[in-house]
Design a protein around this ligand. Sequence first.
Ligand code: NI
Length: 166
Amino acid sequence: MAILPILRYPNPQLREMGVPVSKVDDAIRTLVDDMAETMYDAPGVGIAAPQIGKLLRIFIIDIAGDDEPSDLKVFINPEITSLAGSLRWDEGCLSFPGATESIKRAESVTVRATGLDGKQFELEAVGLLAVAIQHENDHLDGVLMIDKLNPLGKRRLSRKVAKESG
Ligand code: NI
């Protein structure tokens, strides 16, 4: 296992499309282990492969609280098949360290994906898990939370990021 460097906005690699995983093999399992170690170290509730420079359609999420056992969910080649309702959630992103933004998302989602065992599964999620799935799935298409903000919010977040990295 290894903790990998997380790419930060505005790194242009964060804008690239993830490629579908053709086979869940040892290389993919090692990558997922490294992603998990990197996410827990950060710490964060989710991370997508493009955030550590791997342009593959994989993200992982663990929304368990500090006092709960870990609950790692692995999504390989995910596809959101339905979205319903709407809500606003204060989101963070490991590629925007220190930033929290109120973002409008669907309240519930259905997602189909392949697991680490190579089998397809379907999951219905609401609330935080639904938000995390939408956020991480966006990373696989090069979409970032800043894209969801209005022009004023985009400028404010860009300035904040520039200040943090300067
Ligand atoms: Ni993110």
